[in-house]
Structures are given as structure tokens and as C-alpha cells.
Design a protein around this ligand. Structure first.
Ligand code: SAH
Length: 469
């Protein structure tokens, strides 16, 4: 099991160290936490400056950003594999009511959840901090439980553990020690654990109880709030198509929905035009309807983002025209569920963002380092958890992540690079513009009897160059 830990008190905080120690036996732990106390940072991303990741002497990674940045960076860039769970804490002081809006501890878990990963925020309810070990143990029991009963949906838990000895805690079913002492310090006030008071993602009350989290009466108990346990989103590992719902939710939180020429209506019109131009794949069209293309171009060009044209993105490169993106993805997908996909030529990141909505795991390689950084910045606010960007020469493909169900090359090559042939899975499809002055979109399929090449439309792409830029 892969466990990502974070907090809002900073990487040196005792609560984090205890959490790491307590969960150590359960799987592979990575800690990515803020470099200083960022309590009250809420679910905010740093978009106005680059972030730096450093490693402390004890192996924890720390970032000069918010708790949300930490989880976001870890999931979308630092970690080789998606974590199975995100745990944030242990915060000193309960997070209840309004606190859950401002808390950085809860925000780190929220970020995990938004990226499609089950996530838990853990706080110690008290001011003394005398019993961190109790909260650490409750956290371990929860994680163990997730390990034994993997969730079918991402879930966000906000857990507040009373600052008392573990043996005096009782009541969250399945973990209550058999010989738990009765009574004790009395009820801790509030009613966050009452299932009928739990709110879902949109702030509506959610009725009913969930089996397995019922609380026994008359005992001191950790407070467990299921924010959004019933959201309709697919888990990270099962995102074929269903990722649409997940990202829709994430995007609706982002301020980039646009107005006028950059609005959803402009995107709808673009999709209607793509349909008229012959694009039939519903999943591709839906993905293009959802991804805000205007975020990937310079502000001065944003009003032209939904026209059917390539636009400059700097470094003598262009964002491909919508029809080219749609057509390539339609050919690459061919109606299949795509598992692993490689894109060569990240550019501003638009094509990768669209691909991430139609494939389970996407890798994208760009040779120009500053362009890749720009793509990262463009993509950050979209919170895409299943996309890995790499700096390299796409002529080599990405052997460490091969084989791929599909490879999409967004630049024209004089000939098909042999490494790309080799990295195609059986049944895989490679779509690449081939040619120098006149280019043809070319499909290469790896069939049981070898490679089959089909020439498709005449196209116009920037050249595929050699080496890193
Ligand atoms: N996918 C982008 C298209 C960008 S244009 C989009 O959505 O709009 C093509 C990109 O391919 C450029 O950014 C260019 O720098 C990159 N490129 C060219 N040769 C490359 C190579 N050998 N390896 C990786 N990227 C390459």
C-alpha cells in the first residue's frame, strides 16, 4: 500500500513524525509537507511562483507552499505511482464546523480527495497534545481498514480524536478495544459524528448511516465526518470515462470557467463544430468540451482559444488546432478503453489534459524544459491526478513506462522513430504526422502479425526535433 502523508504544521511537527511512525508498517510511506506552519491555509494552490521541493535529514520532503500544494505536487509530479491513501495530520486541536473550511490539515486531505484518492485528515481534540499516540493509533486502524476493504469510491474523512489515552477511546465500530473502559471523560461536545448531520460535497445534508461507522452510545469517541462519502466519482484506479465526473467536480471549484469567448458555451460551440467536421467519438468530444483550452494560451489570445486554429505558445511552438487534437485522439482510441497512453510533445499541456480524461494513465514528454514548466503551471489548477510529465527527447519514447496502448505524437517526424514502434503494446496504436514539407497523419497498429501502417489525412504540425531543448 502506498501512503502519502502531509500536514499543515510543517514537516518538523511532532504530529507528523508520530503519524509516519505509526503507519510505517502498513506500506510505503512518502511525506510531503509544508516547510513551515501553514495552518489556516485552506484549500489553496500557489500559482504565482515556482515551488521548490527539498528533502530533510529524516527523508521527509518539504515544499515552500501550502498543504494543498504538497499533496498536489506529490500526486501530479513527485510520486512515481499514485498513492492508495492520503493521510494529513496529526493536527493539534479539533477541526470541526467552520474550521474544516480554513484548516490546512483538512485541505491536504481534500486535495487528495479531489485528485480521486481516499483521504483522511486527523486531528487531536484538545489543547495539551498529551495523547498524540491515541490519534496515531486511530489513524493506523483506519488505514488498516482501508487496506483490508479497499474503497470503490474516493472518500474524505475528517477525524477528530479525543486527547485521552487510547484505552479510554471507544466506539468506532471495528476498532473499539474489547476491554475498553466505559464512560471516562464524558462527551466532548458538538455532534460532528452524527451521520445525519454529515454534509456532502455540495453542502447538502446526507441522510442515513453508513454501516461500519456506527458509533456506540455513551462513550468517548473519535469524531468521524464523512464528507462526500457518496460522491459518484470513480477511484483513481478505475477512471475510464468516469473521470469526467471527478474532474467536473474539481473544475467547478476552480475559478477558470471563463466568460464570453472563454465560456462553457464557447466550448460547446467548438464541440458542435468538431462534430460537423466528422469527429464521432463521444468520449473525446466530451473531454474537449470539459477542458478549458483558453487556460493553455496567453491571456491576449484567450478570446481565440475556441477557434479552429493553432495558436502560438512561445518557443516557436503552437497549441494544436482542436480538430487535430480530436482527430488524433479518436484514431488513437478507436473506441477502446485506454489504459496507458504516451503523448510526445506536451507543448502547453492541452492535449495531455484532454488525454487524461480518456485514458487511465497518461505520460507526456516534452523536449523544451521551460515549455514543460509552463505546461505544469497551466495544468496545476485543473488538478489532474493521472498525468505524468517528463522532460526528454520523444524520439526515445518513454521506455520506463512502456508498453503503451496508444502513442500520440504532436509533432511531425520525417520517419517514425523505431523506439515508438517498440513501445507499443499488442493491439496498441501509434498516431503520428509523418513528412517534412507535406505531412500525412499516419496510424501504426501492432497486430498479432506485426506492424500495420495506414496513411490518413494531410496535416500540418511543427517538426519533431532531436535531443532535449
Ligand atoms: N500537445 C501540444 C502540441 C504542442 S506542439 C498541444 O496540446 O497543443 C508540439 C510540441 O512537440 C512542441 O512543444 C515541441 O517542443 C515538442 N517536440 C518537438 N520535438 C520533440 C521531441 N523530440 N521530444 C519531445 N517533444 C518534442
Amino acid at each position: 500500500m502506498r501512503i502519502l502523508l502531509s500536514n499543515d504544521d510543517g514537516y518538523f511537527a511532532p504530529g507528523l513524525a508520530l503519524l509516519a511512525e505509526s503507519l510505517a508498517g502498513l506500506g510505503e510511506i512518502t511525506v510531503v509537507a509544508p516547510e513551515r506552519d501553514r495552518s489556516g491555509a485552506s484549500n489553496s494552490l500557489t500559482l504565482d511562483r515556482p515551488l521548490t521541493v527539498r528533502r530533510s535529514a529524516n527523508g521527509f520532503l518539504f515544499v515552500n507552499g501550502t498543504p494543498t500544494d504538497c499533496v498536489h505536487l506529490a500526486v501530479t509530479g513527485l510520486l512515481e505511482h499514485l498513492p492508495d491513501i492520503v493521510v494529513s495530520g496529526i493536527n493539534l486541536g479539533a477541526n470541526m464546523g467552520d474550521d474544516t473550511i480554513y484548516s490546512g490539515t483538512v485541505a491536504a486531505a481534500t486535495e487528495g480527495f479531489l485528485l480521486g484518492i481516499p483521504s483522511i485528515a486527523v486531528s487531536l481534540h484538545g489543547k495539551e497534545g498529551g495523547h498524540y499516540a491515541t490519534a496515531a493509533r486511530v489513524a493506523r486502524e483506519l488505514v488498516e481498514r482501508f487496506r483490508c476493504e479497499p474503497l470503490r469510491q474516493p472518500m474524505l474523512l475528517n477525524v477528530n480524536v479525543p486527547d485521552i489515552e487510547y484505552r479510554r477511546v471507544a466506539g468506532h465500530r471495528g476498532y473499539a478495544p474489547r476491554q475498553a473502559a466505559q464512560g471516562g471523560a464524558g462527551h466532548q461536545g458538538g455532534h460532528a459524528a452524527q451521520p445525519d448531520r454529515v454534509l456532502d460535497r455540495r453542502g447538502r445534508r446526507r441522510a442515513g448511516r453508513r454501516p461500519g461507522h456506527r458509533l456506540s452510545r455513551g462513550r468517548i469517541r473519535p469524531r468521524v465526518g464523512h464528507a462526500a462519502a457518496d460522491r459518484p466519482h470513480a477511484p483513481a484506479a478505475d477512471r475510464h470515462g468516469a473521470g469526467l465526473a471527478r474532474d467536473e467536480a474539481a473544475m467547478s471549484l476552480a475559478p477558470e470557467r471563463g466568460i464570453g469567448m472563454t465560456s462553457q458555451r464557447a466550448r460547446d460551440r467548438m464541440v458542435a463544430r468538431l462534430r460537423e467536421q466528422g469527429v464521432r467519438d463521444g468520449l473525446v468530444l466530451e473531454a474537449m468540451r470539459a477542458v478549458p483550452r483558453h487556460l493553455f494560451v496567453d491571456e491576449a489570445l484567450a478570446s481565440r482559444a475556441y477557434e479552429d486554429s493553432a495558436l502560438p505558445i512561445g518557443f516557436e511552438q503552437t497549441i494544436s488546432r482542436p480538430l487535430a487534437v480530436a482527430r488524433m485522439l479518436e484514431v488513437a482510441r478507436d473506441g477502446r478503453d485506454l489504459d496507458r497512453v504516451l503523448e510526445i510533445g506536451t507543448g502547453c499541456g492541452y492535449g495531455a489534459a484532454v488525454l487524461a480524461r480518456i485514458a487511465r494513465q497518461v505520460y507526456s514528454v516534452e523536449r523544451i524544459a521551460p515549455l514543460l514548466e509552463r505546461a505544469r503551471a497551466n495544468l496545476r489548477s485543473l488538478r489532474i491526478g493521472n498525468l505524468r510529465l517528463a522532460h526528454g527527447d520523444g524520439n526515445r519514447g518513454l521506455p520506463e513506462a512502456a508498453p503503451f496502448d496508444a502513442i500520440v505524437v504532436a509533432a511531425a517526424a520525417p520517419q517514425v522513430p523505431p523506439a515508438l514502434h517498440e513501445q507499443l503494446a499488442r493491439g496498441g496504436r501509434l498516431v503520428i504526422p509523418v513528412g517534412v514539407d507535406s505531412q500525412e497523419l499516419t496510424l501504426i497498429e501492432r497486430t498479432a502479425s506485426g506492424l500495420r501502417e495506414t496513411r490518413l489525412d494531410a496535416v500540418r504540425f511543427v517538426p519533431l526535433r532531436s535531443g532535449k531543448g
